[in-house]
Write a protein of this length. Structure first.
Length: 93
């Protein structure tokens, strides 16, 4: 018989630290199809981190923010804080 393993932890006391996000112009391959192709998004995250940011913040050609490499945006999305200019990243071919 299979069981379920889970762990618990207490609620954190302080809010998490502010993220430093680097804006990146990026459009996913086949964005309407759910798939596991994460090379492009994770490469964009790597470049953002190499440039001193905590993560990438994706926007489209109209500069509308829509998500990060592995997370969706929300109304409480942090503002980019450490980028001097948007970086363009094209999906790998």
């Amino acid at each position: 018989m299979a069981g379920i393993l889970f762990t618990t932890r207490g609620v954190g006391g302080a809010p998490p630290p502010t993220l430093c996000l680097r804006p990146v112009r990026y459009e996913r391959d086949m964005p309407l199809v759910k798939h596991l192709g994460l090379f492009g998004p994770l490469h964009a995250r790597h470049l953002a981190q190499h440039g001193g940011a905590d993560d990438a913040l994706f926007h489209d050609a109209a500069d509308l923010v829509f998500e990060g490499p592995t997370w969706r945006s929300s109304p409480a999305l942090p503002r980019p804080c450490c980028a001097t200019a948007a970086t363009t990243t094209s999906p790998p071919r």
